[in-house]
Ligand binder design. Structure first.
Ligand SMILES: Nc1nc2c(ncn2[C@@H]2O[C@H](COP(=O)(O)OP(=O)(O)OP(=O)(O)O)[C@@H](O)[C@H]2O)c(=O)[nH]1
Ligand SMILES: [Mg+2]
Length: 329
C-alpha cells in the first residue's frame, strides 16, 4: 500500500473534470460507530458484517468505491478499544497499519452519543495523522440536531478535521443526487455542506485508478463465508459467546455447481459448546441455515455449508490459530 507522502500534492491548476483522483481512506472509530455500515454503503455491496454488538470487525477490510473522477479505496478497521488479548492487540495493529498506509483519515463518530473519554482518545490518535482528516458524524437519522451541533462544535474547536454529518444507514449526507426521508438532502450534505463523497474526493491525491475496474475488494470469497457464519452467531447468541468464537474455513470449493464450504467454529471454553449447539442441535442448525442462505444470496449459487464446533482454549491468545484465521500476520 502506497504512503500518502509518495504522491505529489494536489495541484489546483491541474484540477478539472479530467483530473482523476484515487487513494486510500482509513475508516477508524470506536466500536459500533457505524464504520462497516459506511463501507458497505459506499461500496454498494455488503463486504463487512454489521451487528449491534461492539467489536464486530476484527481485521482490516478493503473496499473500493468508484464515482465519476475518483476511486476511493476504503479501509474499514476494528473499533478502537483497550485490548485484553492477543487478538485485541492484532485488531489495534490493524487500525495503526491502515492509518499508516492511508491518504485520508476518516473518523466515524456515533452522533447519538455524547463526547466521552473514549472519543478524546480516538481524537488524539487521529490528530497524529499527517494527511487530511475528516470527522464523520454518523447516525444523523437518529441523533438529535442539538447533539449533532454540540459534537460538531467540539470537533471544530479541536481542529480535528473537516466535519461531515451523514447517516450510513439511510445514505443521507453521503453522496450527491439522492434525497432521503431523513431530513437531509444528501446532495447537499447538512446545512448546505458538501456530502461525504465530495469531501473525500477533494481530499485525495491526483492519481489514475489503483485497482482494476470491477474489483471491489482484495479479500477472498472464503473470508466472506466465514464472516457470514460469524455474523449469524453474533446475531443469535448472547454477548460473551460470539466474542469468544471464531470461524475457520477448512474447505472452500466452488469448482462445481454446488459450492462446498466446510467450516469450524472455534470456541474458548467447553461450557460454550452447549450454547452454540443448543438443545437437540437447534442453535447450530439455525446458524448454519441462516449463514448458508446469506451465502447463497451473495454468490447467487447453491451452497453446502458444513459446520463443526471445536473448543480451542484461549485461542484469542494463540498466535498459530490467529495466523490461521488471518488475524495476526
Ligand atoms: N440509526 C443508525 N444506525 C446505524 C447507522 N450506521 C450504523 N448503524 C448501526 O450501528 C450498529 C453498528 O454498526 P457497524 O457498522 O457494525 O459499526 P462498526 O463501527 O463497524 O462496529 P465495530 O466493527 O464493532 O467497530 C449496527 O446496529 C448498525 O445498524 C446509521 O447511520 N444510523
Ligand atoms: Mg465494523
Amino acid at each position: 500500500m502506497s504512503a500518502a507522502a509518495a504522491r505529489p500534492a494536489p495541484d489546483p491548476v491541474a484540477e478539472g473534470p479530467a483530473a482523476h483522483r484515487a487513494g486510500f481512506v482509513a475508516i477508524v472509530g470506536l466500536p459500533g460507530a457505524g464504520k462497516s455500515t459506511l463501507l458497505n454503503r459506499l461500496v454498494g455491496r455488503r463486504l463487512a458484517i454489521v451487528t449491534g454488538k461492539p467489536q464486530t470487525t476484527r481485521r482490516r477490510i478493503l473496499g473500493i468505491a468508484r464515482r465519476p473522477g475518483v476511486e476511493i479505496v476504503l479501509l474499514d478497521t476494528p473499533g478502537v478499544h483497550r485490548p485484553k488479548t492477543r487478538l485485541g492487540h492484532a485488531m489495534m495493529r490493524a487500525v495503526g497499519e491502515s492509518l499508516g498506509g492511508a491518504d485520508v483519515a476518516l473518523a466515524v463518530v456515533d452522533a447519538a452519543l455524547p463526547f466521552s473519554d473514549a472519543s478524546s482518545g480516538l481524537l488524539r490518535r487521529v490528530a497524529r495523522f499527517p494527511g487530511p482528516r475528516v470527522i464523520g458524524l454518523n447516525k444523523a437519522d437518529v441523533a438529535s440536531p442539538r447533539r449533532i451541533s454540540e459534537l460538531a462544535a467540539i470537533y471544530r474547536a479541536r481542529e480535528a478535521g473537516e466535519v461531515v454529518v451523514f447517516s450510513a444507514r439511510t445514505g443521507a449526507g453521503i453522496a450527491s443526487g439522492v434525497r432521503t426521508g431523513a431530513g437531509i438532502a444528501s446532495g447537499e450534505g447538512v446545512g448546505g455542506a458538501a456530502p461525504l463523497v465530495e469531501v473525500l474526493r477533494r481530499s485525495l491525491p491526483f492519481s489514475p485508478p489503483l485497482y482494476e475496474e470491477g474489483q471491489i475488494t482484495d479479500l477472498p470469497e472464503a473470508f466472506f463465508a466465514s464472516e457470514l457464519v460469524r455474523e449469524r452467531m453474533l446475531r443469535n447468541l448472547r454477548q460473551e459467546v460470539p466474542h469468544a468464537a471464531a470461524v475457520r474455513i477448512e474447505e472452500y470449493d466452488d469448482s462445481r455447481d454446488l459450492v462446498r464450504v466446510e467450516a469450524s467454529v472455534l470456541l474458548d471454553r467447553d461450557s460454550q459448546r452447549g450454547i452454540v449447539i443448543g438443545r437437540r442441535g437447534r442453535m447450530l442448525k439455525r446458524i448454519g441455515t441462516e449463514a448458508r442462505r446469506a451465502l447463497e444470496k451473495r454468490l447467487r449459487r447453491r451452497v453446502f455449508l458444513g459446520l463443526q464446533v471445536k473448543v480451542r482454549r484461549r485461542w484469542r491468545d494463540n498466535p498459530g490459530i490467529l495466523r490461521d484465521l488471518g488475524l495476526d500476520a
